[in-house]
Each structure stands twice: as structure tokens, then as C-alpha cells.
Design a binder for this molecule. Structure first.
Ligand SMILES: Nc1ncnc2c1ncn2[C@@H]1O[C@H](COP(=O)(O)OP(=O)(O)OP(=O)(O)O)[C@@H](O)[C@H]1O
Ligand SMILES: [Mg+2]
Length: 252
């Protein structure tokens, strides 16, 4: 099996406070893998390591090995690391001063790979279709993003992430702030993206039901450590660890 992410004894501390305490984790390529755990267990911090957004935090120290598609990312150029993955955050954060269209293609425009208007239009359409937003915005691509609903804005952020053509999508509770209808749309989009594009998806979720609906594998974190991980049925239906059982009962 090949892996999108492999972590060995990953430790992260911020101003001497240890946040991640020796993480060992593997995310198989081509899967949807969910990361669950109570608030403060270190899920966002772990995600930030994978595309080295962690570098931006003051007072941070990182040790251990992290490989993305077999490459050790600590020794790599940070821009090469960030080209492999793109991230969607908990709060929709489209660029407010840009049109819907420009929000999607901004990455391609900056890296200069695409030259013609036609190719750019195709990229925008492809990404918006994959994010299941195209039909709702095709007639208003020049509008500012704040005219969209929160759920539409989050799908726009998904389209923006996809337009970078990542091999790995990192999602930090992408549906935590949106309504159930939009949540199901995003879930369907993610299933298709995995199936049709082969993109590996590593997503944080607070909701065991979401992991059950979507994820092949689930990893459970608690207090800076991985407590257990494996096929979602085993973790979310037959957990071995007491912490996971308590989490599923809503007690932690
Ligand atoms: N920049 C920072 N400076 C200091 N402490 C931080 C920083 N970022 C995170 N922490 C601490 O690290 C721990 C883990 O935070 P993290 O955001 O990774 O948790 P989480 O599992 O994503 O939680 P949530 O479910 O609430 O999003 C917390 O105790 C948090 O206070
Ligand atoms: Mg978080």
C-alpha cells in the first residue's frame, strides 16, 4: 500500500508546551480518512504540519518524520510541500475583494502555468463542478463571494482548493459552520472527488456520523496522541479504546 501521509514520532511544541506528543499515523493514498477527537486534542495542529502552515506559528518546534507521498517534507522547499496539498478551513474564507471566478483561479493565475483565457475558464468550470457549485453560480461569476450563502462560500473554497490540482486535500471541519443541506452537498462532492479524481482526502470532523458516511479510515486523537485508527467501521462502531467510546457517547 502506498501512503499519502506517514508520520513517525511527530512532536510539536509551542513555547515549550507540548501539543503533539509523538504521533504515528498513516493515511493510505486514494482514501478518505477522518480525524476525530475532542476539542484541543491537536487535530488542527496536526493538519497544519502536513502543509507546513505550522511554520508560521511563533515559538513552534517540530520534530520527528513526516512524509507526504513518500517525501520527507521537513527538508523540502516549503512551496513544493504546499503544491502537494491544499486546505479548506472551518470558516469559509473566500477573498472578499475578488469575484467568484477570480477566487477559483487565483492560484493558477499566480503560478502562471495556465496562459489562455479558455483554459482558465475550463479550470474554473471544472473546479466549480467538482465542488457542486457550478449550477448555482454559472450566471454570476463576476459577483463578489459575499453574495453567496455560507454553504456556497464553503463550496467556493473547496473549488479554490481543487483548482490548485492537489494530490491531497486537507479539510479542517469543513462543514462545522454550515447547514445540513450544504453539508450533504459537500460530502457528496468529496466522495466524487475521491472516486473520479483519485485525490486523497484527510479531514477533521467532530461528527462521528460524518466519518461513518464518508470515511474509509478513521483516526482518533486525544490529548496530543493518536489513541486508535483503522477502518471506520471498527473505530466508529466497535471502538476498542475507552476514550473513543466516551467520544462517541458525546462525553468528551
Ligand atoms: N498558536 C498557538 N499557541 C499556543 N497554543 C496553541 C496554539 N495553537 C494551538 N494551541 C494549543 O494546542 C492545543 C491543540 O489545539 P488544536 O487547535 O490543534 O486542537 P483541535 O483538536 O483542532 O481543537 P478543536 O476541535 O477545538 O478545533 C490546544 O490546547 C491549543 O490551545
Ligand atoms: Mg481544530
Amino acid at each position: 500500500m502506498s501512503y499519502a501521509i506517514e508520520m513517525e514520532n511527530l512532536r510539536v511544541s509551542i513555547f515549550e508546551k507540548e501539543i503533539l506528543k509523538g504521533i504515528n499515523l498513516k493515511v493510505p493514498e486514494g482514501t478518505i480518512t477522518a480525524l476525530m477527537g475532542p476539542s484541543g486534542s491537536g487535530k488542527t495542529t496536526l493538519l497544519r504540519v502536513v502543509n507546513r502552515l505550522i511554520d508560521l506559528i511563533e515559538g513552534v518546534k517540530v520534530s520527528g518524520t513526516v512524509k507526504v507521498f513518500g517525501k520527507s517534507i521537513m527538508d523540502m522547499d516549503v512551496y513544493d510541500v504546499r503544491r502537494m496539498s491544499s486546505m479548506v478551513f472551518q470558516m469559509p474564507n473566500p477573498f472578499p475583494h475578488m469575484s467568484i471566478y477570480d477566487n477559483v483561479v487565483i492560484g493558477a493565475r499566480i503560478n502562471g502555468v495556465i496562459k489562455s483565457k479558455k483554459e482558465m475558464d475550463e479550470l474554473a468550470k471544472w473546479a466549480l463542478e467538482k465542488a457542486m457549485l457550478w449550477d448555482e453560480v454559472k450566471g454570476r461569476l463576476k459577483d463578489p463571494p459575499w453574495r453567496l450563502s455560507g454553504g456556497q462560500q464553503q463550496r467556493l473554497c473547496l473549488a479554490r482548493a481543487l483548482a490548485l490540482k492537489p494530490r491531497l486535500l486537507l479539510l479542517d471541519e469543513p462543514t462545522a459552520n454550515i447547514d445540513p443541506v450544504n453539508t450533504l452537498k459537500i460530502e457528496e462532492a468529496l466522495r466524487n472527488i475521491r472516486k473520479e479524481e483519485g485525490i486523497t482526502i484527510f479531514m477533521v470532523t467532530h461528527m462521528p456520523q460524518q466519518a461513518i458516511r464518508l470515511a474509509d479510515y478513521t483516526v482518533m486523537m486525544y490529548d496530543g496522541k493518536v489513541v486508535e485508527g483503522g477502518p471506520t467501521e471498527e473505530i466508529a462502531i466497535n471502538p476498542k479504546h475507552e476514550v473513543t467510546k466516551r467520544f462517541l457517547r458525546g462525553e468528551v
